[in-house]
Each structure stands twice: as C-alpha cells, then as structure tokens.
Ligand binder design. Structure first.
Ligand code: LRH
Ligand code: MN
Length: 386
C-alpha cells in the first residue's frame, strides 16, 4: 500500500503562479514585503525554491503582461537553468481602461479586436516558451440590470474564443476559467462551470474547463463539478486556493482541508492524478500578509497531503459498501483515510527522494529569505500593477 501511494506521489506535479511571489492585497491595501522579486526572472528563482524543497513543483505559470520580457525563449532557458519550466500562459484583459465595459464581450468592436489580439499574442508567447496551455479568465460582466444584452455578450465571447482556438498549435490547449462574480457584481459572462463547459464543447477537444476553488457560490459542491467534468473529458486544470467567504485566494487546504481531500479523492478514483491524464494542478493564490515562498511551500505540501490521504482510501471496501447500500460503512471508509496522519509517510518519501523531510524548516534554515531581502534593494517590486 505505502509503495503504491509513494509511486503515485512521486509523479505528482504542481504548477505554481509567478504572481504569488509579487506583492498582492486588496483594494484596502497591498502590503510590500522585503525581498519581493522585481522581475520575472526573480519570480522564477523564487518558484524554483519551492520545487527545490518540495520536489513536486517543477512548473511556473506566467501572467502577461505582468511577466512580459523581450526574449521569452531566454526566460524559458533561465527557468530550465533553475530546474523548473514555464507552464501555463495567463492572458490579462482585465486591467486596461478600454475594458471598463468588457474585453472580448465589449459592445465596441474595436475594443473586442484589441482584446482578441492580446489573446493571440499570448499564443505567440506559448510558442516561444514551449507552453501547451493558454488560460483565459475574463473579468467581463455587468453591474446593473439592462446595462448590456446578456445574449449578445455570449455571442461576442463565443466569437473571440473561436478566433483564439483557431490560432492554437496542435499540442496547445485553451483552458477557460469561470468565476461567479467580482469585479462584476450583476452578471459575469463566464460565471459557472456550465457556461464554461458549454463554450468548451462548442470549441473542440483542446478546449477544457479550469476549476478555481475560490470561484463558486458558498455551499457549492465542487467535487461534483470535478467528477462531472472528468467524466465528460472536459476538466483541464485547477486553480487551487482556499476561502472562508469569496475569492479570498488563501493557501490551498488552509480554510477547508476536507474539501481539498474530497476533490483529490475524485481525481484519484478516476485515476486522473498522473500527468499523462492532462489535468493541470495549479495554485492560484495571493500571500497578502504571510511570507510568500514559505506560503507556497505550505500550499504545495497541503495539496500533497490531501492527495496522499485520497490515495489511502480502500477502493475495494468502498465499492463493496456502496454496492451494499451501506451508507455509514461507505462514509467510514473515506473518513478513515481522511483521518489518517500521512505526514510520517511523506517525510519518508522526501528522505527517499533526497529531500529534507521537513521542507518548511529546511527553507527557513537555507537563509534564502535573508539573502533576497538584502540583495533586492531598489527597483520596482512586482505586483498586480492594478
Ligand atoms: C481571477 C483569477 C485568474 C487569474 C487571476 C490572478 O480571479 O483567479 O485565474 O488570472 O486570478
Ligand atoms: Mn484563478
């Protein structure tokens, strides 16, 4: 059992977001922190620390233009030199004054063309970095009833997605992310999994849905969405984080470790953990007050722990209890796994991989945090530039 679980965990790959290493916050305040990166190169160096201490975070997502450089091939080589690679390219059509009434759904065709041009530019970046995934999240929506035609905006969205999908290379995918609300507060043009799923069905096989765990109405059963989209072959990726209220972007597993376990159980029981299955496990978080690299290490470990517990579920006993209609028995099988302390097994796994069994402590001892705080003086600390 332990060997089977370790084997699956050795293959686990988690993608970390470049923007988690920059300053972030809320409309009330963005707190600067010492040592925060100023360049995409420094963000990637910090992300490489997370992989160095966890062994399972070899991929870094970029966000354009936050991570704009003159030579993306050179940036990919820089990442390679640090033992990581550039993964998903995130487009950004939510921070330009032109997008006040929407980007790809804007009533003004000139602004729609501008937005689509950016999406196409991001595919050019993918060609340069060797990335396979283009992730699209649209802030597009309305704030008041009557502001715009809900149906017309869907047509504009479909047209923009179609144009972008047609530009993709054969190995490239379009990942469509939905979100219930914010920054729009009446309608959001891609508000839920059903809307994203419908658009992806129409686009084609290389269009998949992204589930950001912070983008649902309170009380939403996210693992049902996971199971359904997996079953339909339309689950492309996760943006893992956690929340107590809205899109809080807190550390994955921090607010609701049981939910993360239930999600990973749906993944494991569909044998979808292996990288070959094409599900991209990404973090999408903001460390507004806590130190960013340790925050990322903790988040990666939380996903690993939830995965290990999910792999512990006795599938045979569960199937037997389910077939027998043994409600409490079936639930107990899952809860036994969830209540099992997998930390000793994970420490053992890390030691076998030549890693320090306690990545958080090992990073703290490394002195990296003090070094970057001393070195990174001056220049413009990275942030969301909002
Ligand atoms: C939107 C979102 C999206 C990213 C952004 C950083 O809330 O989840 O995935 O572009 O955060
Ligand atoms: Mn997200």
């Amino acid at each position: 059992m332990a060997e089977r679980i370790k084997a699956a965990l050795r293959d686990q790959q988690i993608e970390v977001p470049s923007w988690a290493y920059g300053n972030s916050g809320t409309r009330f305040k963005v707190f600067a922190q010492p040592g925060v990166p100023r360049t995409p190169q420094e963000k990637i160096a910090d992300a490489a620390q997370v992989h160095a201490f966890t062994g399972i975070a070899p991929i870094v997502s970029l966000h354009v233009p936050w991570d704009r450089v003159d030579d993306y091939q050179q940036l990919a080589d820089h990442a390679d030199g640090l033992g990581v690679r550039i993964g998903t390219i995130n487009a950004n059509v939510f921070q330009d004054d032109d997008y006040r009434l929407g980007s790809v759904t804007n009533p003004d065709p000139r602004i729609r063309r501008k937005a689509v041009a950016h999406l196409i530019d991001c595919v050019d970046v993918m060609d340069a970095t060797g990335s396979t995934d283009l992730k699209l999240w649209f802030a597009d929506g309305t704030n008041y009833p009557g502001q715009d035609s809900i149906r017309a905006r869907q047509d504009r969205l479909a047209e923009a997605l179609h144009t972008t999908y047609a530009r993709l290379g054969d190995r490239q995918r379009l990942l469509l992310e939905y979100k219930l609300f914010e920054p729009a507060f009446y309608t959001t043009d891609v508000p839920d999994w059903g809307t994203a799923y419908a658009h992806c069905l129409r686009l084609g096989d290389r269009a998949k849905v992204v589930i950001d765990t912070g983008h649902h109405a309170p009380g939403t059963n996210i693992e049902f969405i996971v199971a359904f989209l997996l079953h339909a072959g339309k689950l492309g990726a996760f943006d893992f984080n956690s929340r107590f209220y809205a899109d809080d972007d807190l550390m994955a597993g921090a607010a609701d470790p049981f939910q993360l376990f239930r999600i990973m159980f749906e993944i494991v029981s569909a044998d979808a953990l292996r990288p070959a299955r094409g599900i991209n496990f990404m973090l999408d978080q903001c460390h507004n007050i806590e130190p960013k690299i340790p925050g990322q290490i903790r988040s990666v470990l939380n996903v690993q722990e939830a995965t290990a517990k999910a792999l512990l579920v006795d599938a045979e006993a569960l199937a037997a209890a389910q077939a027998a209609g043994d409600v409490l028995g079936a639930n107990a099988v899952l809860m036994d796994a969830y209540h099992t302390d997998v930390r000793p097994l994970l420490r053992e796994l890390r030691a076998e991989q030549g890693l320090d069994p306690d990545p958080m402590a090992a990073y703290a001892r490394s002195g990296y945090a003090q070094r970057i705080a001393a070195e990174r003086v001056g220049g413009q600390q990275a942030g969301w530039g909002a």
